[in-house]
Design a protein around this ligand. Structure first.
Ligand code: ADP
Ligand code: MG
Length: 729
């Protein structure tokens, strides 16, 4: 067989799992051995330097320049012992990936040779030529000066031969050009606001951490098959392909036995992740064939975001050594589940109190309810913005489809917690707080048994569900940088907690006792944020109508959803918390619209090329074969009999003609539509044109291609089919 497809299918079937070289010992022995963590800092730095650095890490203090040289020296020594020869500032531009430029440690020694050197200056700040990163016009190419600066709250690490230094990426005029800078600001804002509220209950609280535990879903596809699919290669998803006769109907993949070749990949990935200090804990098959998940133990939010970015690039690399390609796209295959990245989020104090978990006493539960209700209020007030934070050209395929959270943000609390909130709403403040003689105050707040909620009360359709000790933000896309969602969520909660504190303090000033002031405010919010609470089926049409009635954001067009970033409410929220300015928000939106357009543009081009180079030629060739057959039938049978015998083939010939002419016509129309859209100057309007006209055309064309796939001779079809992409492992 000459067809490339058959060659790669055959090779894929013959592949054996790669053997994995394992580092010596148990995970606890090699965990974080590629990370310059406190233990190494202590070992490689003078005590005084270590103390100052630890202070900068713990309290967000700026790194004292006087110690930077010594820190750099210690780091270099440690990294070189691991074989590192280069260093890089590792940052997260607005492209969804990470960026790095590697420099060797070497410098001239003045005697014609070189020495290994790494100074504090190089550690702390760099000026990557940043003109080619998206910046939405903050910085045009003439003043291409931005700088990256080390974020000591995320430790440096070694990958291969390179010391990687996590940094923020900022324009010289101070605007953030990345995800990390605003994330750190959002985390600072929520820390400050939550600490103040916490002090109502625990005056000794000095700091509140936001925690994030992500669950990364992905597909694995055999490398050869992937290479034979230009659409996967260039866009990350299949732009065509008829559903396989069997896909996920039998639900036999979820939590099933992990295929051997995949297991070898997972083991290798986990080992390398562990060495980088990523506490990977969970692995399993996902719902769709060839779909899997990896999840770590949750960590402080900034570190968790870095670790997710790191594991995504690690996955790409490790997959290749196992003859796979990893697909992180949210919807690589039509008709089966897409991939998400559930972001489990909670707050906790420096004294070890989890703020999203119910407590044992009524007072602890009041604190718990305070944080739950304020989170709900934040999500209610900014539900449109939260959707914008997770929206992208790729995630748009997933949201609103039947397996993923709907394109409306709502929150599921479960029966127990709902009951507690209803109770608080129904009773008066006096009923909830009674003074009981010498024992002081008595609170009538029902208990919420933590385990019960966690284990039994689940609603998989909810985009923002309470799951016992955390909220699970499920709408985040598999390919996304979770920082985007975390910036919006933490900032919204920070703003809300600040307002709660101000309003409660005002009541206290007016003479209301503290506890009843808190309860009064909570009751007020419970009533106000009711529209965000939804425990039913998020996929149903009734919910869409109901959500509209409730005034929740129901927009489904990606470019229009981005508008939410520029609403007055959003700008006020980001500015009052010091997370982003209006100018930054505008610039970032320009990037979002531009990226949206480019993604659709690339897909449309790839589709056009595939149609001309694969689909139409193959369909025509097959059609010609049939025509030939009909002719020959006519030459050997009497006319009437020949007509009868050729009827079937004549039907196929006509069908092919109909589909191919539809496809060709519409590809031409699509090219024309693109030309028109490209003339539009404003990024927003251009993105809208791509969304409204070009994206739907691609779907229509695809329909006809998929029909052709069903009728054309399998031996002639050049592109690997869904059954091959999804079932070879
Ligand atoms: P699921 O049942 O949703 O698949 P998993 O046990 O696989 O849950 O993991 C959920 C993720 O939530 C893990 O990363 C876990 O560490 C994280 N997680 C657990 N508790 C918290 C918490 N309090 N705050 C943030 N994340 C948490
Ligand atoms: Mg989950």
């Amino acid at each position: 067989m000459s067809n490339l497809r058959f060659r790669v299918v055959e090779t894929a079937f013959r592949k054996k799992p790669a053997t994995v070289e394992s580092p010596a010992g148990r995970p606890s022995e090699y965990f974080a051995n590629h990370v310059f963590n406190r233990e190494k800092m202590f070992r490689y730095l003078p005590t005084e330097v270590y103390r100052k650095l630890a202070d900068a890490m713990d309290h967000g203090a700026a790194l004292d320049r006087s110690i930077a040289d010594q820190v750099a020296e210690g780091m270099k020594q440690w990294a070189m012992e691991l074989g590192a020869t280069h260093y890089t500032h590792w940052f997260q531009p607005l492209t969804e990936g990470t960026a790095e430029k590697h420099d060797a440690f070497i410098e001239h020694d003045g005697k014609g040779s070189v020495i290994e050197k790494f100074s504090g200056k190089l550690l702390v700040q760099q000026e990557p030529d940043a003109s080619s990163f998206p910046n939405g016009g903050i910085r045009n190419t003439f003043e291409a000066r931005g700088y990256s600066a080390w974020d000591p709250s995320s430790p440096v690490f070694v990958v291969d031969d390179t010391l990687c230094i996590p940094t923020v990426f900022i324009a010289y005029t101070g605007e953030s050009l990345d995800y990390k800078a605003p994330l750190l600001k959002a985390l600072r804002a929520v820390d400050k606001a939550a600490t103040e509220v916490c002090q109502y209950f625990n005056p000794e609280t000095r700091k509140v951490f936001a925690y994030l535990g992500w669950e990364q879903e992905y597909f694995l596809v055999d490398e050869g098959l992937y290479a034979a699919r230009p659409d996967l290669l260039l866009t990350g998803r299949t732009l065509m392909g008829h559903e396989a006769s069997k896909n996920q109907q039998l639900e036999d993949h979820y939590f099933g036995a992990i295929p051997t070749r995949v297991a070898a990949f997972m083991k290798d990935l986990e080992m390398q992740a562990m060495q980088l200090g990523i506490p990977v804990k969970t692995r399993h098959n996902e719902v769709a064939p060839n779909q899997f998940e990896v999840a770590p133990i949750y960590e402080e939010c900034n570190l968790a975001v870095d670790h997710n970015m790191l594991i995504m690039s690690l996955m790409r690399k490790v997959a290749r050594t196992h003859g796979f390609r990893v697909l992180l796209h949210e919807k690589p295959f039509k008709g089966i589940n897409g991939s998400g990245k559930h972001c489990n989020w909670s707050l906790g104090t420096d004294t070890g109190i989890p703020l999203m978990a119910p407590g044992k006493t009524a007072e602890e539960n009041l604190r718990f309810i305070t944080f739950i209700v304020n989170t709900l209020m934040a999500v209610y007030r900014h539900n449109g913005l939260l959707k914008a934070a997770i929206m992208s050209a790729t995630n748009a395929h997933r949201l609103g489809a039947n397996e993923a959270p709907p394109a409306i943000i709502s929150s599921f609390l479960g029966v127990q917690l709902s009951r507690v909130l209803d109770h608080m709403e129904d009773c008066t403040v006096d009923e909830l707080v009674s003074l009981s003689g010498k024992q002081g105050m008595k609170l009538d707040i029902p208990q919420v048994p933590e385990l019960l909620i966690d284990n039994t009360d689940r609603n998989r359709t909810s985009p923002f569900a309470f799951t016992g000790n955390r909220f699970e933000f499920r709408a985040v896309g598999s390919e996304a940088n979770c920082a985007s969602a975390m910036i919006a969520l933490n900032t919204a909660v920070a703003e809300q907690l600040t307002q709660f504190k101000e309003e409660t303090d005002e009541l206290i000033r007016q003479g209301e006792p503290k506890v009843s002031a808190i309860i009064k405010m909570l009751r007020h919010y419970i009533k106000q944020c009711k529209p965000i609470r939804f425990d039913g089926n998020g996929y149903s049409d009734e919910w869409k109508a109901e959500a509209e009635r409730r005034g929740l954001d129901c927009e489904t067009s990606c470019p229009l959803i981005f508008d939410r970033y520029l609403d007055d409410d959003s700008i006020r929220m980001f500015e009052s918390t010091g997370v982003m300015t209006q100018k930054e928000l505008q610039a970032r939106n320009e990037v979002k619209w531009e990226t949206y357009t480019k993604k659709i543009q690339i897909e449309a081009r790839v589709l056009g090329d595939l149609v001309m180079n694969h689909i139409v030629p193959v369909a025509t060739e097959y059609q010609t074969k049939l025509v030939d057959n009909v002719y020959k039938m006519k030459s050997i049978f009497p006319s009437e009999q020949a007509d009868k015998l050729s009827a079937e083939n004549m039907g196929i010939i006509c069908k092919i003609a109909e589909h191919t002419s539809y496809i060709k016509e519409h590809v031409d129309a699509m090219i024309e539509a693109r030309k028109q859209a490209n003339r539009i100057k404003e990024e927003r309007e251009k993105a809208i044109a791509y969304h409204d006209t070009i994206a739907p055309m691609m779907e229509q064309i695809r329909y006809h291609i998929d029909k052709l796939e069903l009728i054309v001779d399998d031996r002639m079809w050049t592109l690997p089919k869904y059954r091959e992409l999804l079932f070879i492992r």
